[in-house]
Every structure is written in C-alpha cells, then in structure tokens.
Design a protein around this ligand. Structure first.
Ligand code: ASP
Ligand code: MG
Length: 406
C-alpha cells in the first residue's frame, strides 16, 4: 500500500463529465489499497474568467479580495469531486487550503508556502477517506486566503506530497509527458521515460507548459518523485526524479529553443573596475532579467560587452544603455531582436566530453552562425539567428541520437 498524491489540471476537470472520469481514476487507485490525496485545479478557463470579472468590478482590484475570488475556482471543483465520490459510496471529503492548513506568507497573488500541518489530512486518511484538496490556495498566519501564482496547484500538490512523505506525486494534465524537443517543430521528438529535476529546471521552455517550474524546485528539495502523465490515457508519462535514482543518464535528454530573446552589445567599453556595475545596475533597477553576458578582452584598454534580455524588455534596455554608454565613454550601443537561443541539456554531460564540439560542428554543417555561447554543468546554449531555430533544433536532435526510432 502506498500514499499517492494525484493532481488534476483544469482540462481534466473541465466539466462534470471530466470530473467523473477523475473520480473513476481516483477510485481505481483507492481500490488497489492505496491512500489517495487529490489536489485539484479550477475548471479550464475559470481562473481567467474570474480575473476578467474582477477587472470589470474594479480598475485595480484589491489584492486580498482578488485571492478570495480566485480561490472559488478550486473550491468548486473540490466540492464536486467529493460529491461524486460520495455518490459512488466512497468516503471522501474536500478541504480548502486553510482547512488543509497550507500556511503561506501574506504575498497575495503570489504567496509562498511556509508550512503544511498535516494532522487533519492524516486523520481523514486513517479513516480511509479520499482527501480532496483545493490547489492553488493557502492562508496566511492571520487566516487570510492567499493564492500561489498562476499554475500554482502543481506547487500545492508537490508541497502536500512532501509534507505527507507521499510515495509519488502524479500530475495529470492534457499532455502525456515531457518530450525531447517541442513536437510542434521537431516531428521526431519523443517522450522521455524519466528526467532529473535539474534537467527539468533547465528545460523550463519545454517543461513550463507542463509543470509550474516552482513545483520542480520543491520536488527536488524534498526528493519527491513526480509523475507527469495524461488523464486521458492509461499510458505512463514521464518521471521527474533525482538523477541518482537509477534513471538512464542520457548525455543529452532534450533540445530546447527560446525565441523570446534579444541581444544588446556595447562597443569599446573602457576596461576598468566598476564598468560592468554601471552597465547592469540600471538594468536590474528597471526589473529586467539578464540571461547571458559575454565580455571580450581587447587591446588598448577597451572591450566589447554583449548580453541578452527578454525581447519585451529590449527597447527599454537599449534606451538605458545609450545613456550608460555616454556616461562611461563606450563607442556605440546596438542590438538585435531576431535571435533565438537553442540549448542541449543532459546530466550525462557531466561525464562526457565532446558535447560542445558536437553541437558546434552540427550547427556549422548547416552553415548556422553562432553568435553567443554559454555553458553550465548540464547545458550548452547557443544564440543563433532566429530564422534558423527550427533547423537547429532538428539537426541537434538527430546529432545527439534523440530521434524517435533511432
Ligand atoms: N487555477 C489556477 C490557474 O489557472 C491554478 C492552476 O491551475 O494551477 O492558474
Ligand atoms: Mg496548470
């Protein structure tokens, strides 16, 4: 017998028919003798609709009241599932975030979980109840309802699974797992059996559509195996696990791409202490997140410095750097929005050499120019011209042996 936490996303509880389908999965797991805790999202589209209503009610809705409103989406689905389970003669009870004692800080709209007291959940499990918990919500120490940020029911599920020391946290969604590349641009992409927490964190651009990335950090910290799978099939999905758990360590597990990038270059920057701080402090103050930074060393006490920012921040960043350039005496500032980042990710890279050279020669064979390179222990990223994104993903996917059927 195991303790299993199952989380169902919005499309899996889109209407009563779908919630019945969830009930039959839950009862199947329960009938196998397991303890089952279910975390639910709101019905698909409901959270957006509630936000729309709040905007109609007020130009600037009070943050506390907005959370009271948004939490109703998950309250609805939890009550409905518990009712359906009861009508099938299964003992079940719904718990809202505060009843499950999911204690958060008081940051409305983006609260962090600080503690989960599990007494009430454990008591219900001892009585062989199915415990249905509203995801996405908690309460602050003063009892105010809080929500955890969009997609936050994944984090609720992983946090509750860790507090209960569950055997597994199953995330049921409308995709059937994590793929080696985006199947929309790489038709040979295939589903991975397993992936490590760190790979998943590095694959945010692939994985974020599937799991709230914050939940992966949580799963890693508490070592909770997460099974990402579809609620519409019986097939196994992808296990997100600790890399030492016996999973196959692929040299490269996935190829990702990110077209939300822009590059800014400052030419002939004086090579002196304090200059980098002058360049990046105003960027940080504007709330812009810098991704890659490359600086060259040049003769004559001057250097070129290039960095990347999200495309939406490009115009602001260029304006800021024009002022900085004048101040520090850099020769020119220019940039480019038509770029993309392609990355190869894999924990097996740690004990393999030659991954970078394979990546570079694969791109070279297609005449794709590399503009910037950055590496970490398990990832190599190249900035290229945006128009080559799909080609680059496909050739890298083949070169690293990831193609389906290869
Ligand atoms: N219902 C919330 C949202 O749409 C939370 C979730 O689905 O995870 O963001
Ligand atoms: Mg979701």
């Amino acid at each position: 017998m195991s303790l299993i936490v199952q989380k169902y996303g919005g499309t899996s509880v889109a209407d009563i028919e779908h919630i019945r389908n969830v009930a039959s999965r839950v009862t199947k797991t329960y009938d196998q003798g397991n303890d089952v805790v279910v975390i639910l999202s709101a019905m698909a589209g409901i959270t957006d609709r509630l936000i729309g209503m709040a905007r109609e009610a007020s130009e600037n809705p009070d943050k506390r009241e907005l959370d009271v409103l948004l939490a109703t989406g998950e309250q609805t689905t939890s009550a409905l599932l518990a009712m359906i389970l009861n009508s099938m003669d299964y003992p079940a009870q719904s718990l809202m975030g505060h009843q499950a004692e999911v204690v958060t800080d008081h940051c409305f709209g983006n609260a962090r979980i600080v503690d989960i007291r599990t007494d009430r959940i454990k008591e219900l499990l001892r009585q062989r109840h199915v415990v249905v918990i509203a995801g996405f919500q908690g309460c602050d120490p003063r009892g105010n309802i809080t929500t955890l940020g969009r997609g936050g029911s994944d984090t609720s599920a992983v946090a509750i699974a860790s507090a209960l020391e569950a055997d597994v946290c199953e995330i049921f969604t409308d995709v059937d797992g994590i793929y080696t590349a985006d199947p929309n641009i790489c038709e040979k992409a295939r589903k991975l059996k397993a992936i490590s927490y760190d790979e998943m964190l590095n694959m945010a651009s692939l994985g974020a559509k599937v799991l709230q990335i914050r939940s992966v950090g949580f799963a890693k910290k508490y070592n909770i195996p997460v099974h990402v799978r579809s609620s519409f099939t019986e097939e196994e999905g992808t296990m997100v696990v600790n890399e030492d758990s016996g999973m196959e360590r692929l040299v490269v597990s996935g190829v990702t791409h990110d077209q939300n990038q822009a590059r800014i270059t400052l030419k002939k920057v004086p090579d002196q202490p304090g200059v980098a701080a002058k360049i990046f402090t105003p960027i940080a103050e504007a709330g812009i997140v810098v991704d890659m930074i490359i600086q060259n060393t040049r003769a004559g006490g001057q250097t070129d410095l290039t960095f990347t920012v999200p495309r939406a921040s490009y115009k602001t960043a260029i304006e800021i750097e024009k002022k900085v350039a004048a101040e520090i005496g850099a020769e020119d500032v220019f940039g480019d929005e038509q770029i993309a980042k392609v990355s190869v990710i894999g924990v097996g890279m740690k004990d393999h050499s030659g991954v970078a050279s394979t990546m570079f020669s694969t791109l070279a064979a297609e005449n794709i120019n590399i503009i910037l390179i950055s590496t970490s222990e398990i990832r190599i990223s190249c900035i290229i011209e945006e128009k080559y994104t799909e080609l680059a993903v496909r050739v890298l996917h083949s070169a690293f042996g990831l193609d389906a059927g290869s």
